[in-house]
Design a protein around this ligand. Structure first.
Ligand code: CU
Length: 506
């Protein structure tokens, strides 16, 4: 999905983009279904025509020539249509659920009322099977956001974010510097999940700083040892097919560039569970924004890393003519398709891959070196633990159960863990007593990373952040909105098996 910026502006934006119904087609959508399905009063628009219409339904996606996957998608394609909003300007989106099961469409990274946020745990109503909802909201904050289903999948790998219900949202700032020539949107996503027995479920040590907390390590090892002593085995998840924008490496359209061009890459990790890296041999990424929020320091890095649901906006100056593979640094992931070809005008030959030499990832590179962190009104401690293979699925291994402060989230009663006054600054001090990296996420808010593994930092604002194995991560925030906000690990298999908790700001 590549958009020439000048062309985009010339054509008036929305109409220039694929996957978006023109006004005439939109008017043809059966409006009578709306009243029949009875949209909730809070979401009824005074306007007649929606800015975007989304249809959730089954489709076939051609991930390689003559090779198709059957999956649930938005508007019959993967990724779903790129939705462009303007910060602060009210928008209307009609969502039709053409499936047999209730749906939730979550507007990830935006500050929206519970009625439209798209999480049943907070109280968002489901979009009924074969029904629709009209959602009216004021988008924000500006920057790269996305949307995805928010259903629990559990052991059913045909549900939730394992499927194709993921799309990009770009919220135009009111004033954009625009120091680039072209923008390219990349959606990273694996398909065809399968389960195996974990040999080593903990990730590679790319996350910096790498300090491990001895007491968290001891606690984690003891818990894993106790589970193994009971004869427990845990499932590990992997995927057969890896894609960028729904195509395996070599089968999608190449990104065509010219020497000297500055290309803005807007990258979304739409994975259900995986951490991804990206490298373009001979080039560097100048990181402009993390999770859509401008960074204080636009550092240049050779490799980008994104936990599930993280986004990066980065500019690459095209100054190494050739044909290159922009791909995952992991050879197995790339061989299964995680990459896309970058082709300079006039270049010939086969796409070239070279491994990077520096692969570390440190959020502090993008921080404000002189930033001062405000003291919070309250520090909320969280301890993350796991019980390997504790959720039995009958014969064979089990799914690992995840706990926050000793409690796995109860999907039946959906209890609030912390009720706190609105208008105060909170610090989440998260202690990871497991060897896994977790991309933790807080709905309806942006937080500031204030400490990583004991090292203070300031100025990096995100809505997802990776916490390293046996490390402590601190993030500060002042709740944007009153009401419930869901906190969870963004790995589908972790959030479905306990790794969630609710705040209620009153
Ligand atoms: Cu997790």
């Amino acid at each position: 999905m590549t958009v020439d910026r000048r062309e985009f502006l010339k054509c008036g934006g929305l109409a220039a983009l694929g996957g978006i119904a023109p006004a005439a087609a939109r008017a043809a959508i059966p409006m009578h279904r709306m009243s029949a399905m009875g949209p909730s009063p809070s979401t009824i628009s005074t306007r007649g025509i929606a800015d975007y219409t989304i249809r959730i339904g089954p489709s076939l996606i051609e991930y390689a020539p003559q090779s198709f996957l059957s999956m649930t998608t938005y508007n019959g394609d993967f990724p779903g249509p790129l939705m462009r909003f303007t910060a602060g300007r009210q928008t209307v989106v009609d969502i039709y659920n053409d499936t047999d099961t209730p749906e939730q469409l979550h507007w990830h990274g935006q500050f929206l009322p519970i009625s439209v946020d798209g999480a049943a745990e907070e109280g968002t109503p489901y979009i009924p099977p074969h029904g629709m909802r009209r959602e009216m909201f004021t988008p924000g904050p500006a920057g790269l956001r996305f949307y995805h289903t928010h259903l629990a999948a559990g052991a059913d790998l045909n549900r939730g974010q394992y499927h194709g219900e993921v799309g990009t949202v770009y919220i135009e700032p009111r004033d954009e510097a625009g120091s680039y020539d072209r923008e390219v949107f990349l959606m990273l996503k694996e398909f065809a999940p399968y389960l195996s027995t974990a040999s080593d479920m903990d990730g590679a040590p790319f996350l910096l700083p790498g300090d491990v907390d001895a007491s968290l390590h001891a606690a984690g090892q003891a818990a894993d040892g106790a589970a193994r002593a009971k004869g427990r085995k845990a499932y590990d998840l992997d995927y057969q097919i890896y894609t960028i924008n729904g195509r395996q490496l070599g089968f999608g359209d190449p990104i065509k560039v010219k020497r000297g061009e500055r290309v803005m890459f807007h990258i979304v990790n739409g994975s259900a569970t995986e951490i991804r890296s990206l490298y373009l041999p001979g080039h560097v990424f100048s990181v402009v924004a993390l999770d859509g929020n401008p960074v204080p320091t636009q550092a240049e890095v050779p490799v980008l890393w994104l936990g599930a649901a993280e986004r990066i906006s980065a500019i690459v100056e095209m100054k190494q003519p050739g044909i290159w593979v922009l791909g995952d640094t992991d050879n197995m992931s790339r061989s299964r398709g995680m990459g896309i070809v970058v082709e300079y005008a006039g270049a010939t030959g086969r796409p070239v891959w070279q491994p990077p030499t520096d692969t570390g990832w440190d959020y502090r590179r993008f921080a404000d070196p002189n930033g001062k962190v405000e003291a919070p009104h309250e520090i909320i401690d969280m301890v993350f633990t796991r019980d390997l293979g504790a959720v039995s699925t009958g014969a064979g291994p089990g799914f690992t159960l995840w706990k926050i402060n000793g409690v796995p989230f109860d999907m039946q009663t959906m209890p609030v863990m912390w009720t706190r006054p609105h208008g105060r600054r909170y610090r989440l001090r998260m202690h990871n007593a497991t060897g896994s990296i977790h991309p933790i996420h807080l709905h309806r808010n942006t937080f500031e990373i204030t400490s990583i593994a004991g090292h203070p930092t300031a100025g990096v604002r995100k809505d997802v952040a990776m916490i390293g194995g046996y490390q402590t991560l601190e993030v500060d925030f002042t709740p944007e909105l009153k009401g419930r906000s869901l906190f969870h690990c963004h790995m589908q298999s972790h959030m479905d098996y306990g790794f969630m908790a609710l705040f209620d700001f009153v």
